[in-house]
Design a protein around this ligand. Sequence first.
Ligand SMILES: [Zn+2]
Ligand SMILES: [Zn+2]
Length: 238
Amino acid sequence: MQISPGIHSLGQTIGGHVHAYLLEEDDGLTLIDTLFDTDGHRVLEAINSLGRAPQDLKRIVLSHGHRSHIGGLAALKEASGAEVYSHEWEEDIIAGDRKAQPVSLLPMRPVTAYFKVYHLQVGLALGVGQHKACPVDLPLKDGDRVGPVEVLHTPGHSPGHLAFWWPEKKALFAGDAIATWPIFDGGWPAFNLNEEQQRATLRRMAELDAEVLAVGHGEPLVEDAAARVRSLVEPNRG
Ligand SMILES: [Zn+2]
Ligand SMILES: [Zn+2]
């Protein structure tokens, strides 16, 4: 689904309503995250529906090394030959040499919303559910540009978490720093490894005045995006 000219949202129910984003330019495609499926078929079908070939996918950029977002990576790398990018802290997780940091098993509040996420929380807490490993080709750091987007190092959810900003479209790809499913929130609370870093990340995102807010879990927002992001950093929140 095209949510803004050149920005296509791809989602699936499992993996916590995980979403990936295909960015289209004349000279090629950039993919942000790879969905949960290990065969990459949803992404390959989306590329096909644009009248493009898998080889038109030039770059796969990863927000971080959690299972839901790197499921299709190995298959998509093989199908496309695209260069794979992540923050260096996440590289050995993505390459299969280290497990992601475990999280708490304590249920998140409100429990009525977050029970839908609990199986993923348990999986990460216990270190089960491995992805198909794939090496990262190039590291990214804050201020880099990859394809059409600028790289924002946005730690908190994980130390090497990245978000991406497409300035011409005022589109923020927030990764797991912000979720719209099962509720709109500054990420899934139990998954935020460092709360102080996470608050700084949200403050930085609030300053961008995004018109498009594309998140890792849940549907993207294309209305009132900037106000919704600012609501996450209001002093009386929570
Ligand atoms: Zn995550
Ligand atoms: Zn996630």
